[in-house]
Design a protein around this ligand. Structure first.
Ligand code: SF4
Ligand code: SF4
Length: 337
């Protein structure tokens, strides 16, 4: 509850409570359907692989500067592969914790996760695991199950799985997956997103309306049976009826996403490009929208309070002339930037 009130306070002051940073342009994986390396991810003029990224002390200082400027409560470090910069993270993560920031590092666990990270407060290590070994190891080599199981030892990770059509169409798959990770001692939580396509995308990953409905029904049936699976009904309701566009998406409106040069904003959300909101299956977005759709005693929707707070925040930031606005998307920057 304290977290909600603090986040609300930040919104009233014109800040976004969530910051997501693509910490590096590098990744040893080549996952099919990876949005970060899509041609339009950063607006079309430049791709993540072409962007100048930072290393060493410049990266540490750059991230600390961004945190001081945008004052998030929650920071997601995504990639590329964040473990490519594990030396910088060794320095950065304890400092972020000392600043009171809740940090989430999203990784493929392609290399060992440093043991010292297990005792850093307010740090969540989220490992992307897309299905059981037969499918995951093909999609996400060299971050295979064999490596992941070695590299997470001694940690309490959050398993984050994205359900693609290949997974969705195999009967009993999710139950087998939950059985496996529920029984793994290094797992604390299990999260499930649904694959989010770009507008007009036709791919082997994209769920059909029928498979999507079947997956949601299966998740509703299975979730209560596994203590580590976090899929409340409110979230599944959003998966069944996602926001229609970024303006309806609480996550997009409360999260600033920066790419690897720490200057280029990714919009409208972490997917970049033109994400197909009506087929969104992003767990972070779903969880926040579930809160916004919740009705308080008396019938008022939390989302109504949120809209008013956003308007107040914009006014407060304008009146106090504070620069809380995100940088422009790269295609809107002047040529010398
Ligand atoms: S690990 Fe992540 S960033 Fe790297 S290719 Fe796979 S989805 Fe993309
Ligand atoms: S998180 Fe999902 S709903 Fe929100 S803007 Fe992105 S694609 Fe759309």
């Amino acid at each position: 509850m304290n977290g909600v009130i603090t986040a609300w306070g930040r919104i009233l002051l014109g800040y976004r409570p969530n910051l997501s940073i693509e910490i590096t342009r590098e990744c040893p994986l080549r996952c099919p359907g990876c949005y970060a390396y899509g041609d339009d991810h950063l607006g079309g003029e430049i791709t993540l692989r072409q962007l100048a990224d930072l290393k060493g002390q410049a990266l540490i200082d750059g991230i600390l500067d961004a945190v001081r400027r945008y004052r998030p409560l929650h920071l997601s470090l995504v990639g590329g592969e964040p473990l490519v910069r594990f030396r910088e993270l060794d320095v950065l993560l304890p400092q972020l914790a000392a600043m009171g920031i809740h940090t989430q590092a999203v990784t493929s666990a392609v290399r060992p996760i440093p043991t010292a990270w297990a005792s850093i407060p307010r740090l969540q290590i989220c490992v992307s695991i897309d299905g059981l070994p037969a499918e995951h190891d093909v999609r996400r080599a060299p971050a295979t199950y064999k490596r992941i199981l070695q590299h997470i030892k001694g940690h309490q990770i959050t398993v984050h799985s994205t359900v693609t059509r290949q997974i969705a169409e195999r009967e009993g798959y999710l139950e087998e997956f939950f059985d496996f990770w529920q029984n793994n001692p290094d797992t604390r939580l299990i999260w499930v997103s649904l694959y989010t396509p770009q507008v007009g995308e036709e791919s082997a990953e994209k769920l059909t309306p029928e498979t999507r409905a079947a997956v949601i029904a299966e998740l509703r049936r299975l979730a209560p049976r596994y203590s580590k699976v976090q899929l409340p009904d409110g979230l599944l309701n959003v998966y069944a009826r996602p926001p229609r566009n970024p303006d309806e998406c609480v996550f997009a409106r409360t999260t600033l996403c920066l790419s690897a040069d720490l200057q280029t904003a990714i919009s409208p959300c972490q997917f970049g490009g033109r994400p197909d909101c009506e087929n969104c299956g992003c767990m972070a977005s779903g969880a926040l929208d579930a809160v916004a759709r919740h009705r308080l005693p008396g019938g008022l929707k939390v989302g109504t309070i949120f809209e008013t707070s956003l308007r107040i925040g914009k006014t407060v930031a304008a009146v106090t002339r504070r620069d809380t606005a995100p940088p422009a998307r790269r295609d809107a920057l002047p040529a010398d930037s």
